[in-house]
Ligand binder design. Sequence first.
Ligand code: ADP
Length: 649
Amino acid sequence: MSKQTLSFQAEVAQLLHLVTHSLYSNQEIFLRELISNASDACDKLRFEALNNNALYEDAPNLEVRVSFDKDAKTLTIQDNGIGMSAQEAIDHLGTIAKSGTKDFMGKLTGDQKADAQLIGQFGVGFYSGFIVADKITVESRRAGLKADEGVRWVSGGAGDFEVETITRPARGTSVILHLRDDASEYLNAWKLKQVIGKYSDHISLPILMEKEEWKEGEKEGEPGGMVKTGEWETVNKASALWTRPKKDITEEQYQEFYKAISHDYENPLTWAHNRVEGNTEYTQLLYIPAKAPFDLWNRDKKAGVKLYVKRVFIMDDAEALMPSYLRFVKGVIDSSDLPLNVSRELLQESRDVRSIREGSTKRVLSMLEDLAKHDKHTAGEGADGVTDVVDADDKAKEGKYTAFYAEFGAVLKEGLGEDFGNRERLAKLLRFASTTSDSVSVGFADYKARMKEGQEAIYYITADSLAAAKNSPQLEVFKKKGIEVLLMTDRVDEWALNYLHDFDGTPLQSVAKGAVDLGKLQDEAEKKAAEEAAEAFKPVLAKLKEALKDKAEDVRVTTRLVDSPACLVVQDDGMSTQLARMLKQAGQKAPETKPVLEVNAEHPLVKKLDGSVHFHDLAHILFDQALLAEGGLPEDPAAYVKRVNALLV
Ligand code: ADP
């Protein structure tokens, strides 16, 4: 193939622009990204060579070499991994194949700081080289191809790149960065070693640099300098981080490893590193991020756990290792028992994998429980009756659960429907706002501890927003009686709550479903008064039912209202009007059930109904207003306005 010039895919050009304009505040990450690519390339070779040993050619020792040339102002990262064919170089270095790319581009705001954060999460990989270079040359040959089937790829990082075939005896890839003037600090062995130590110490391959030694000037008065010796030395620890004993790993190393595997800029909230022994043996190093990724809600998003078998990298995003509701967890699982040639299909069926998945799920839940326990930690008597001492470690965990929940709480709730075995543990981890707390901090256990004498259910309401929930007419009697109600405003709440009928033996009861039965919370006098009011109201009720027979399943008198004339509820087993509305908005089919209209017989407006010449209009206004009050819209808004106006006039 002779030299040809090709254009970058539009997204790449856009990304490159961002890389050079937004990422310079954290220049040095380019080295981490390129070394990580080199290491991945070696992992891939090792994996392919499992079935084809010839791929090692005459260089069985996989390694990465970092070198620089002061005069030419170049920095080279060279690996003897899998390499690229000409077509692969065109495909991999000219396009972005990642899912969610469009989504990501759409999220960019133009605000440099916010964008830098997003780009970090997205992972710029190879293109980060352009943070420090104004030109990049890549020379590569894929393992197994002939020497004259190498490729040279060159780009200035604007709209296009050049490719041509070259002869390259060595397998693998060299990435040659032509450094910009403001990046000349990377032409220095000490600086490079420092950056490699910080970001790439955990890479399991040796990273080699050429040894230098001090040499005096040739003649009198001429300055001395460092010169290369031709001897190469390993400058990283070259053992995979998770294989080292915990006590030998610093907090900072754990954090850097997280950033390397997650592409996150921020430190993780917490992590757990364990060697699990038993039926199946494996090492787990699992992290909980501090911030949700931009594509958390992407249904296709895979779990962020990498699978290794006996330290050989097998695959990224091994979804079989984590349930979907924990898809935000990042980390590594290294199994001692799985076969090296395990495929995604095989993973789904393996008993070892099932047991790893169960163990890892439990580990994540324990991490969360620990954060939850220390969220608002103050010295005092714990639940176990023992006086706690707050140590520095506990202190560091303060507020972390609240932070976690704000980012991932809604995803965690999916677990109620997905993971029956851990439902009770999950229920304990849930937090909600309530009529006594605006912040999302009330757990079911807190609620239970505050329940009124005689209260037999945990009451909750679901709504589109906190304001709508708080002002819902269905809450009136609960407010009057000082009974706390949980306010649920996440889209998944209603769906998730379908799977949770009680907490610790106390039933959960939606205040917008079925008739209110406050049971022992109501005294005899109140019950009697309500019954009498209902009896007296019967003739009006019959007329209301008739007038609204197309809109309401039933009309009945309620004691749940205090200030409002009416509200809508659904039958006990029905779908709430709010969920039905959401489904419709999402273009999905919702069952066409009619709600029940409940009226407050004590309300002046309702009292006026009896004998009113406007009975028909008032009945419809009552119904439509109840719909408006919960955030819905009357079926025929114009008719509603007309009726109200007629009365106003
Ligand atoms: P990512 O690594 O996240 O896929 P990059 O932009 O860093 O994204 O790289 C794109 C692709 O280019 C890689 O997936 C890989 O196929 C190829 N690539 C990059 N660097 C190397 C390398 N040193 N050796 C072989 N292939 C490479």
